[in-house]
Design a protein around this ligand. Structure first.
Ligand SMILES: [Zn+2]
Ligand SMILES: [Zn+2]
Ligand SMILES: [Zn+2]
Length: 117
């Protein structure tokens, strides 16, 4: 009986030690990851190098999307990773699934159901 209790304590101790070791490991590897790739824009959920809101120069650099007639760096149709950023900027037309500032349907007065002008 005593033996099994001891074994249980031992197993818990090993498990806790393992967990701490794991936490230390993930924490340190996380740090190296952060230093290696500091360039993530948390606010817009996109790589800082691709964040047109934090660095408007990107918009100039990439020019226009020939397919969609909007700035390439702000083309959510070509780059769905931008959607979270548009939402963070409160520039997202949920009714039409495009950025509000690029929503031709809204501009033309065709508001999605439930939205007033
Ligand atoms: Zn950003
Ligand atoms: Zn496009
Ligand atoms: Zn719209």
């Amino acid at each position: 009986m005593k033996k099994s209790i001891l074994m249980a304590i031992l197993l818990v101790a090993i498990g806790a030690g393992g967990a701490i070791g794991y936490l230390k490991y993930t924490r340190s590897s996380g740090q190296t990851e952060v230093t290696a790739a500091t360039e993530f824009c948390v606010e817009h959920q996109i790589a800082e190098a691709d964040c047109p809101w934090c660095d408007p120069a990107i918009v100039e650099e990439r020019g226009e999307c020939p397919e969609h007639g909007v700035p390439e760096a702000l083309c959510a149709q070509c780059n769905p990773a931008l959607v979270a950023g548009f939402k963070a900027e409160r520039d997202w037309c949920a009714g039409h699934g495009v950025p509000e500032s690029q929503c031709e349907l809204c501009k033309a007065g065709h508001l999605p159901p439930g939205e007033e002008a």
